[in-house]
Design a protein around this ligand. Structure first.
Ligand code: NAD
Length: 430
C-alpha cells in the first residue's frame, strides 16, 4: 500500500450536500457528548444504500420524458427502513441522503422500531396532469419495488406527494405481488385502503402536546397563553386549532400570502374554513396584515415555526421575543441561531421530537395494517401522546443532566440508542 493512499476519501458528491453536512456536524457534536464508539460513529456517518433509478413516463402529448428518482436507505439497525417520498424540482441524491439521515435519527430518538430512509423524484408535480403523475408514481414504485415492502422499507408522503400518491404506490406494489393487497408497503394512505384515523392532524397535534408539556416544565399554562404560528398548512393549521381548543390565544399566523395579526386572538376555525375554500389566507380580511419578519419577532409565549427551513438565523435570532420555540417544521432554526437563542434562555423543542407526531402515527398505521385491526381516532391520539411525551421526557432528562442544548440532547439520545443496538447486533460478517 502506498503511504499516502486514502482508504476512505468521502469525496462522493452526494455526501457533500449542505443538509447532510449540517446533520454530520450535529452527529459529531452529539457523539462527543456520549463518548460514542468511533467504529459506530464511522458507520453512522454514511448511508447504507443509495438507489438511483430512471423513470420514463409517457406524457399526455405522447412524448416520453425520463425523470430521475432516488431511494436512500440510511440505516436499518432498529427495524425496517421508513421515510417519505418527495416530488420537487430541487430533489437530488445529496438532498435525499440528508433527509434519510434525519429520518434515521428522528425514528431512533422517538423510540420507534424503525430505520431511516427517504426517496424522491426530481420533478415539479404542479406541472403534471393527474394521469402523468399516476404514471410517474407507478413506474417509480415499480423501479424501487425490489427494495421496499412491509418488512423492508415503508415509504410515506412528503413534500409534493399525498395520500393519492400512496394509493397508487400501494396498488402498483400489490399488482406486482400477484395482485394481493399489500397495505403495509406504504403509510399515509387514504383510510379506505388501510390508512389510519388521526394521521392527517397527527403532526400538528404532536406539536401542541410538546408545547403544553414545555409550558408545564417552565411553570406556564397553555390556557390564556399567546401563541404565534408561522405556516398555515397541514402542520401549522392543526397546531393552531389544537392550541385554540385548549384556550390559547393565537395572536398571529402566516402563510405564503403574508402574516395575519389580532392581539385578542384570531378565529382559527374561520381561518381554516377560509383556506379550504380559497387555498390560502390571501385577502383574509378579519385580521391586521403584518410581514413574515414582524410575525417572527412578536412578543409571545410560544412561537411555532411550521413552514420552511432556515427561518430563524443569525439575522433575527437576537430579535426573537418568544419564551419558547416549538419546531413544527424541519430545520426552521439554523445551528448558529440555536446557539444564540440558547444563550438568551429561549427554550427550543427540536424538530426531531416536536414534529415527530407524523411518523409516530405512520408507525401506528403500519402496525394496524399488519394486524388488520384498526383503532378509533381517540385511541390513536392517546397512543401518540404516550410515545411522544416519553421521548420528550427522556431528552429533557438528558439535557438537564448533561447541561447541553435540547438539539444536541435529542441527537445524543438518538445516537446512544443506535450505538447500543449496533453493538448488540455486531458487524457482519465479523
Ligand atoms: P404544507 O405545504 O401543508 O404547509 C406549508 C405552509 O407554509 C403553507 O401554509 C405555506 O403557505 C406556508 N409558507 C410557505 N412559505 C412561507 C413563508 N415564506 N412564510 C410563511 N409561510 C410560508 O406543509 P406541511 O406538511 O404543513 O409541512 C410544513 C413543515 O413541517 C415542513 O418543514 C415539513 O417538512 C414539516 N413536517 C411536516 C410533517 C407532516 O406530517 N405534514 C411532518 C413532519 C415535518
Amino acid at each position: 500500500m502506498a503511504p499516502q493512499e486514502n482508504l476512505n476519501p468521502h469525496s462522493e458528491a452526494h455526501l457533500n450536500g449542505p443538509l447532510f453536512q449540517n446533520a454530520l456536524m450535529t452527529i459529531k457534536d452529539a457523539a462527543k457528548i456520549i463518548n460514542c464508539d468511533p467504529n459506530i460513529l464511522e458507520r453512522l456517518e454514511r448511508p447504507r444504500r443509495c438507489l438511483t433509478v430512471s423513470v420514463p413516463v409517457r406524457m399526455d402529448d405522447q412524448s416520453v420524458k425520463v425523470f430521475t428518482g432516488y431511494r436512500v436507505q440510511y440505516n436499518s439497525t432498529l427495524g425496517p427502513y421508513k421515510g417519505g417520498i418527495r416530488y420537487h424540482q430541487n430533489v437530488d441524491l445529496a438532498e435525499v441522503v440528508g433527509l434519510a439521515a434525519l429520518m434515521t435519527f428522528k425514528n431512533s430518538v422517538l423510540g420507534l422500531p424503525l430505520g431511516g430512509a427517504k426517496g424522491g423524484i426530481c420533478v415539479d408535480p404542479t406541472k403534471l396532469s393527474r394521469a402523468e403523475n399516476q404514471s410517474l408514481t407507478r413506474r417509480y414504485a415499480s423501479e424501487i419495488a425490489p427494495f421496499v415492502g412491509p418488512t423492508k422499507d415503508i415509504p410515506a408522503p412528503d413534500v409534493g406527494t399525498n395520500p393519492q400518491t400512496m394509493a397508487w404506490f400501494m396498488d402498483t406494489y400489490s399488482q406486482e405481488q400477484g395482485g394481493y393487497a399489500q397495505p403495509g408497503v406504504v403509510t399515509g394512505k387514504p383510510v379506505e385502503i388501510g390508512g389510519s384515523l388521526g394521521r392527517n392532524h397527527a403532526t400538528g397535534l404532536g406539536v401542541i402536546y410538546i408545547c403544553e408539556k414545555a409550558m408545564e416544565i417552565k411553570g406556564m399554562k397553555m390556557a390564556g397563553s399567546r401563541i404565534v404560528v408561522q405556516g398555515f398548512g397541514n402542520v401549522g393549521s392543526f397546531a393552531a386549532k389544537f392550541a385554540h381548543e385548549r384556550g390559547a390565544r393565537i395572536i398571529a399566523v402566516s402563510d405564503v400570502s403574508g402574516g395575519y395579526f389580532n392581539g385578542d386572538g384570531l378565529n382559527i376555525t374561520d381561518m381554516m374554513e377560509y383556506v379550504k375554500q380559497n387555498k390560502s389566507l390571501k385577502d383574509y380580511s378579519k385580521a391586521q396584515m403584518i410581514s413574515n419578519e414582524q410575525l417572527l419577532e412578536l412578543e409571545c409565549d410560544a412561537l411555532l415555526p411550521c413552514a420552511l427551513e432556515g427561518q430563524i438565523d443569525t439575522h433575527n435570532a437576537e430579535k426573537i421575543k418568544a419564551k419558547m420555540i416549538i419546531e413544527g417544521a424541519n430545520g426552521p432554526i439554523t445551528n448558529a441561531a440555536t446557539k444564540i437563542l440558547d444563550q438568551r434562555g429561549v427554550f427550543i423543542a427540536p424538530d426531531v421530537i416536536a414534529n415527530g407526531g407524523g411518523v409516530i402515527v405512520s408507525y401506528f398505521e403500519w402496525v394496524q395494517d399488519i394486524m388488520s385491526f384498526f383503532w378509533e381516532e381517540q385511541d390513536v391520539d392517546t397512543k401518540l401522546k404516550g410515545v411522544l411525551l416519553r421521548a420528550f421526557d427522556t431528552v429533557c432528562k438528558f439535557q438537564a443532566e448533561k447541561k447541553v442544548d435540547m438539539r444536541s440532547a435529542a441527537m445524543a439520545v438518538s445516537i446512544q440508542r443506535l450505538e447500543k443496538a449496533m453493538l448488540l447486533r455486531g458487524l457482519y460478517p465479523r
